[in-house]
Design a protein around this ligand. Structure first.
Ligand code: NI
Length: 140
């Protein structure tokens, strides 16, 4: 049984630049419709969330994060979150991408749930554009 045959229509509001960038990508990737692109984006979002939920046990990992350092109060919040999890953060590397954007790479080792929580806390902050967590189990 294909559960994806019952279609629901939704209306969403998006910032124009977000939609423009999305359309550009759809165009480059040869999508026939915006709806198909949005369906794929939602599937990826769900897959990523499910993958994140499987991050358990002792793990080593890396968080890659891009953010706008001009966002008011963001630097302080990001620092506070990292200090809160200093028992799992081994090191971090900061690189200035351009006048507004910063790229940060955080190396972690600890309980998978903690690694996931840090990534989700960082992701939830306004001005943080992207957060990607990659982990491997430490057991042989
Ligand atoms: Ni910077």
């Amino acid at each position: 049984m294909n559960t994806e045959t019952d279609l629901s229509r939704i209306g969403i509001s998006l910032p124009k630049n977000l939609l423009d960038t999305f359309d550009e990508i759809l165009n480059l990737r040869g999508y026939s419709s915006r709806s198909e692109g949005i369906r794929d984006a939602i599937r990826s979002y769900i897959t990523y969330y499910q993958w994140m939920s499987d991050v358990r046990g002792e793990r080593q990992g890396v968080i890659t994060m891009v953010y706008d350092h001009e966002q008011r109060g963001l630097l302080q919040v990001l620092t506070e979150i990292q200090h809160e999890y200093m028992h799992v953060i081994q090191a971090s590397l900061h690189s200035h991408v351009n006048h507004e954007k910063c790229l940060e790479v955080i190396l972690l080792r600890g309980e998978g749930g903690d690694l996931k929580n840090i990534a989700e806390r960082l992701m939830a902050q306004k001005g943080v554009e992207a957060v990607k967590l990659t982990t491997i189990p430490t057991q042989d």
